[in-house]
Design a protein around this ligand. Structure first.
Ligand code: PEP
Ligand code: MN
Length: 303
């Protein structure tokens, strides 16, 4: 198979250059849009869910992340509240005008559970089905999410496979019919990333945009994995998020918790709700810089 045939649907090539573009719940996604999805890595109490949504609304955000189904490395770790928490997550999302929630699914049944819970609560919000890094090559799950049209998909890069293989995973989804896909970089598993949890791979933002037509997301929380800050006081999570955004990332997925130390999963990496306005101000600088860089490039490209 030639290279152009491999990314038959999602690939960018002459004659097939238009960005993947979709609108969901009144929010549009393409290679020019920009959205921040902040929220709980793992849903815990109703109170924390409400405080999280309240902070998002206060900051003017309409998108969130909420993990109900958690794939954990240890069978003894908290596995997520699953469908049990969906009613209060969706009701509260509606109360705070949150339109889209990124929520990981690890099994076919989770898609049905989400659909049923949305229906039972009167469809107060929407869900973007997140495929986690451990499931990037779970081909049956990719076919499941690709063959439904109710929900868009956030596909994470596999942390131990090539970028090419992860992009083929996205093509798997698209080949089943659903092209409403955002591709998410989240760092690579290697000790060379130390002292970060993973080796930050946001230099691939422009590569994904060149090779494919998908909007690109970065997840600075799973890349960095700590709340450590540089000497000037800027957390590494902010630094790498800005690095992704200044390179043209279309979405930032970030862990946030009202009391990070009490988070049930990845407690070390969440920002606080008080830090959200700071993060947004920082990212606005990076986004503006990206837009200016694009203008400069257009001016120079004609020379
Ligand atoms: C997550 O975003 O909750 C998550 C588990 O991320 P990843 O699949 O990138 O590890
Ligand atoms: Mn995690």
């Amino acid at each position: 198979m030639s290279k152009t045939d491999e990314f038959r649907i999602l690939g960018r090539r002459p004659g097939n250059e238009a960005s993947i573009r979709f609108e969901y719940q009144g929010v549009s996604f393409d290679q020019d849009s920009f959205h921040v999805f902040a929220g709980l890595n793992a849903v815990d109490t109703r109170e924390y869910v409400e405080q999280t949504f309240a902070a998002l609304r206060e900051a003017g955000l309409r998108c969130a992340r909420m993990g109900a189904y958690k794939p954990r490395t240890s069978p003894y770790s908290f596995q997520g509240y699953g469908r049990q928490c969906l009613p209060y997550v969706f009701e509260l999302a509606g109360k705070y005008d949150i339109r889209v929630i990124s929520m990981e699914v690890t099994h076919d049944e989770h898609v049905d559970e989400i659909r049923q819970a949305l229906h039972a609560t009167g469809n107060p919000t929407g869900v973007m089905l997140q495929i986690g890094t451990r499931n990037t090559q779970n081909f049956e799950l990719l076919k499941t999410v690709g063959s439904q049209r109710d929900f868009p998909i956030l596909l994470k890069r596999g942390f131990g496979i090539t970028l090419h293989e992860s992009l083929l995973a996205a093509e798997y989804v698209a080949s089943e019919g659903n092209r409403d896909i955002v591709f998410c970089l989240r760092g690579m598993k290697t000790n060379f990333g130390d002292p970060h949890r993973n080796l930050v791979d946001f230099g691939h933002v422009p590569a994904v945009k060149r090779l494919t037509r998908m909007p690109v997301c970065v997840d600075p929380s799973h890349s960095v994995g700590t709340r450590d800050a540089s000497p000037e006081g800027i957390p590494d999570v902010f630094h790498v998020a800005a690095q992704g955004v200044i390179s043209g990332a279309n979405m930032v997925l970030v862990d946030m918790h009202p009391e990070p130390r009490r988070a049930l999963v990845d407690a070390g990496q969440a920002i606080t709700v008080q830090e959200l306005p700071w993060l947004l101000e920082d990212l606005a600088i990076a986004r503006e810089a990206y837009l200016v860089r694009r203008e400069v490039a257009q001016r120079h490209a004609g020379q």
